[in-house]
Design a protein around this ligand. Structure first.
Ligand code: TRP
Ligand code: ZN
Length: 463
């Protein structure tokens, strides 16, 4: 129906609607929500018109066949009156969709699952959508050539979601700007484990299959949700002030990873000193088989590594719990707020543990003739294929060192701690960050740093 037809309905149409009551529930006249949130790098990611508050995922996975059966109950609030809305889902077969308990019409085009509820949804209304689905989840290849989504391993699988892979295993609003709490329940053949984010709230075995229920109480972006299925060895310990630590290690990696994993409590303690209170109610790590993929990911509370890792990678992924997972970018353009901070955390850890100072690392990078670092400015990646390149990581960290040079250590630590506190559990952009820094040190002029280091093309003339 066109917009004008909706605004000026004919008498016959009004009568027909009054008689059937189906098109406009209680006088609510909704319009479609939109198939993306206009992310500058991933325009199809996410959807308009609603805000998810909770995902309850019930999954059943059989590694031998690669078959997944899923039920997603998505609680969301309509941010406008809706006649239809989209969820992101790549691959898999949709078996049914209900909204508020009533069968909904739906169709699929590419990664968009468009749902047309029986009754329009009012602005501000909280509604529940249930999607039942099944099939063999797929692996996606990113613009930069790396693999994400659902990755099969020898005896199981690992789900990696940055930037868009989560839509391969559950339908949702797949953009970092919409964070929600989660319950992820996974059933696997007895003998295998299913590990996810947050805390394990129950585990039970029936008829040769074991169900693991995981609860994430703090808001989480879809890209840091994970599930790892396999013969993992699960170990529990405690970190600072009783923080529960749970690690899941592939049996082939137990020996090689023992020493580094034992450092988790001390790393969290060091990070709390520098970044402020750890934001989540548990922590840990997942050490997957070493050949499953080739990068680590800061999945919330429990980062995933491709085999045994080293201390600086562990420091990096745990630093992301503050910078990335708790304070999450508003769009993928703001990626340097994740990677610049996590890289800077590695520099600081080295500085505090008898290695090079962050300033020395900065100077070496500046003097090194590695052109890649200067390929584009950290706050403006050249394209989606480059959001995980060196300017986002190293040059992003260099921006932080420039701020430290300008304000001195005391104010610098106030800034990185204060930034994590100010946007805890939320989303933030580069503009939010520069405004925050300017407010924290009002007597200093940052214009040159923003211009040359954050937004400027090429290598800045002075280190
Ligand atoms: N965030 C990961 C890390 O540095 C790296 C990564 C994995 C990544 N997938 C990505 C970065 C996709 C950008 C885009 O710990
Ligand atoms: Zn990182």
């Amino acid at each position: 129906m066109s917009r004008s037809a909706r605004l000026v309905p004919s008498a016959a149409a009004v009568l027909a609607l009054a008689l059937t009551g189906s098109a406009c529930d209680g006088g609510v006249h909704g319009t479609p929500g939109g198939s993306g949130v206009r992310d500058p790098y991933f325009p199809k990611a996410g959807n308009g018109g609603y805000d998810v508050t909770h995902y309850a995922l019930t999954l059943d996975y059989t590694p031998d066949s690669g078959h997944l059966t899923g039920k997603a109950v998505i609680t969301a609030r309509a941010t406008k009156a809706l006649s239809a809305f989209d969820l992101d889902l790549a691959g898999l077969d949709v078996d049914s969709v209900t909204v508020e308990g009533k069968d909904a019409r739906w169709n699929r085009t590419g990664q968009e699952l468009t749902v047309r509820p029986h009754d329009d949804l009012g602005k501000g209304e909280t509604f529940s959508t249930t999607v039942r689905y099944s099939g063999t989840p797929k692996t996606l290849t990113d613009a930069d050539g790396s693999e994400e989504g659902w990755l099969e391993t020898d005896d199981g699988a690992v789900a990696l979601g940055e930037p868009v892979g989560s839509m391969t295993w559950f339908p949702g609003n797949n953009h970092p700007s919409d964070k929600a709490t989660y319950d992820i329940k996974v059933t696997v053949p007895k003998g295998l484990k299913a590990v996810s984010n947050g805390e394990l709230t129950s585990q039970s075995t029936q008829g040769g299959r074991t169900t693991f229920a995981w609860h994430t109480a703090q808001p989480m972006a879809t890209y840091v949700a994970t599930v790892a299925v396999g013969p993992y060895k699960i170990t529990r310990s405690t970190g600072p002030h009783g923080l529960p630590v749970l690690t899941a290690v592939d049996p082939t990696q137990v020996e090689a990873s023992a020493k580094v994993l034992a450092k988790i409590p001390e790393i969290i303690d060091w990070e709390e000193t520098n970044f402020g209170p750890y934001p989540f109610s548990s922590t840990g790590a997942i050490i997957a088989p070493s050949d499953a993929f080739d990068y680590a990911l800061e999945t919330q509370t429990r980062p995933v590594f491709p085999g045994a890792t080293d201390t600086s990678t562990l420091v990096h992924e745990l630093a992301h719990q503050w910078y990335g997972d708790s304070v999450t970018p508003k769009s993928w353009r703001d990626m340097w707020l994740n990677e610049g901070f996590a890289t800077y955390a590695e520099w600081l850890y080295e500085e505090d543990n008898g290695g090079k100072s962050a300033q020395e690392t900065f100077t070496e990078l500046y003097e090194d003739d590695d052109e890649a670092v200067w390929a584009f400015p950290p706050a403006k990646p050249s394209s989606a294929a480059h959001v995980s390149d060196s300017p986002v990581y190293e040059r992003g960290a260099m921006v932080l060192q420039k701020i430290r040079q300008k304000v001195g250590d005391d104010t610098f630590y106030d800034i990185i701690r204060g930034w994590a506190a100010a946007h805890r559990y939320g989303n933030a952009s580069t503009a939010d960050f520069t405004a925050y820094v300017e407010k924290a040190a009002p007597d200093k002029d940052f214009a040159g740093i923003w211009k040359d280091w954050l937004y400027g093309d090429g290598k800045p003339a002075h280190p």
